[in-house]
Design a protein around this ligand. Structure first.
Ligand SMILES: NC(=O)c1ccc[n+]([C@@H]2O[C@H](COP(=O)([O-])OP(=O)(O)OC[C@H]3O[C@@H](n4cnc5c(N)ncnc54)[C@H](OP(=O)(O)O)[C@@H]3O)[C@@H](O)[C@H]2O)c1
Length: 338
């Protein structure tokens, strides 16, 4: 089968289309014929070596943490799926990923693909959807009528987070550039702050929840706009200017010290609870997102689709930081957008 593998840490050019053996489904796994995958910033953070201190991979390695496809074989002990089922999910970091024609994946990390979504749309949802769900629902426990600020509302996580927050009855404020204001309003945002024209921390205050997805100085500025006792799920690490020099010296432990210090500061100064969010690679949680899709409350937006051979180009586009919704990989010719 064809798989796009990284052969070294570096720029997009380290990604190559290789001919590799098709995997077989092990215990508790299903073999998925992949129709689509997607690009997430973590893919190029891994590829460039930025996460090397946290996770070290044996190379060559297939990246890609989203999948939509069809089960073509089941391993021993599989109970939830059978051959022919359409599935989607965001499998774990520890296994080879989904920039490939097939992957053997744990059934626990998959859910039935909602019939309302094409494979391209379904591959756009799992990683960002699980992240937004973990942040807003499982950590911040967002309630109807609460006011939530979602940073980067036009991006992969943000555009799904807006829809989840609206479905929970919250009042949604989001940041984006002027060109994306109409897009985020169409997703349900009640108020849009063009972060290039106004400083959000000068025009917002007393919010219940902030979903922090930008990092750097935005983290402290976000603390300022929360009410006393508010909640801040954060999906990014990253140092503000005053601790930036720690990073290169101490490596990943510096990030952990920095996050812990910020958590203590937020709690002591404003009674704010900060949650460091990691996407859970769980099929059962994905079913909650499927229910929203089926109810017509959630639909991922595709910005651009690239064929499997063009994953490197898709990474280049993601690295511009200007995606509007999701960048997806169409693995089979039948799934290329018309
Ligand atoms: N912890 C986890 O498990 C987890 C999971 C998923 C993602 N993440 C991290 O979360 C971050 C966002 O991920 P993503 O997939 O949403 O990225 P993305 O799709 O690449 O985000 C692109 C969007 O960011 C917006 N943006 C850039 N700078 C901004 C700023 N200063 N203020 C507001 N919006 C800004 C851009 O909008 P404009 O063009 O309008 O500026 C663009 O629409 C990444 O760092 C990613 O690695 C973490």
């Amino acid at each position: 089968m064809r798989a796009v593998r990284m052969h070294a840490y570096g720029g997009p050019e380290v990604l190559q289309v290789d001919d590799v053996p098709t995997p077989t489904a092990g215990k508790g796994q299903v073999l998925v014929e992949i129709h689509a995958s997607s690009v997430n910033p973590v893919d190029w953070k891994i590829r460039s070596g930025g996460q090397r201190g946290l996770v070290r991979y044996r190379l060559p390695r297939t990246l890609g943490l989203d999948v939509s496809g069809v089960v073509v074989a089941v391993g021993p002990g599989v109970t939830r799926f059978q051959v022919g089922d359409a599935v989607y999910g965001s499998p774990n970091h520890t296994e080879d990923g989904c920039y490939a024609e097939y992957a053997a994946l744990p059934e626990a990390q998959l859910a039935a693909k909602p019939a309302q979504l094409t494979h391209l749309e379904a591959a756009a949802l799992p990683l960002v959807g699980l992240t937004a769900w973990e942040a807003l629902v499982r950590k911040a426990d967002l309630q109807p009528g609460e006011r939530v600020l979602i940073h980067a509302g036009a991006g992969g996580v943000g555009h799904v987070a807006i829809q989840i927050a609206k479905a929970r009855g919250a009042e949604v404020i989001t940041t984006c550039s002027a060109a994306n204001a109409e897009l985020v309003r169409s997703l349900g945002a009640d108020r849009v702050v063009d972060y290039r024209a106004e400083r959000f921390y000068e025009v917002l205050s007393d919010l219940d929840v902030v979903l922090e997805g930008v990092g750097g100085p935005v983290r402290d500025q976000s603390l300022a706009v929360l009410r006393r006792g508010g909640r801040m799920p954060s999906i990014v690490g990253g140092f503000p200017a005053y601790t930036k020099r720690l990073g290169p010296v101490l490596g990943p432990p510096a990030a952990l010290v920095d996050i812990a210090a910020f958590m203590v500061k937020a709690r002591l100064t404003k009674g704010v609870k900060v949650y460091q969010v990691m996407r859970p690679p769980r099929g059962d949680l994905l079913e909650a997102l499927s229910a929203l899709v089926e109810a017509g409350a959630l639909r991922p937006r595709i910005d651009r689709a690239f064929p499997l051979e063009a994953v490197a180009e898709a990474h280049r586009y993601s690295e511009t930081g200007r995606a509007r919704g999701k960048i997806v990989i169409a693995v089979r010719a039948s799934d290329q957008p018309q």
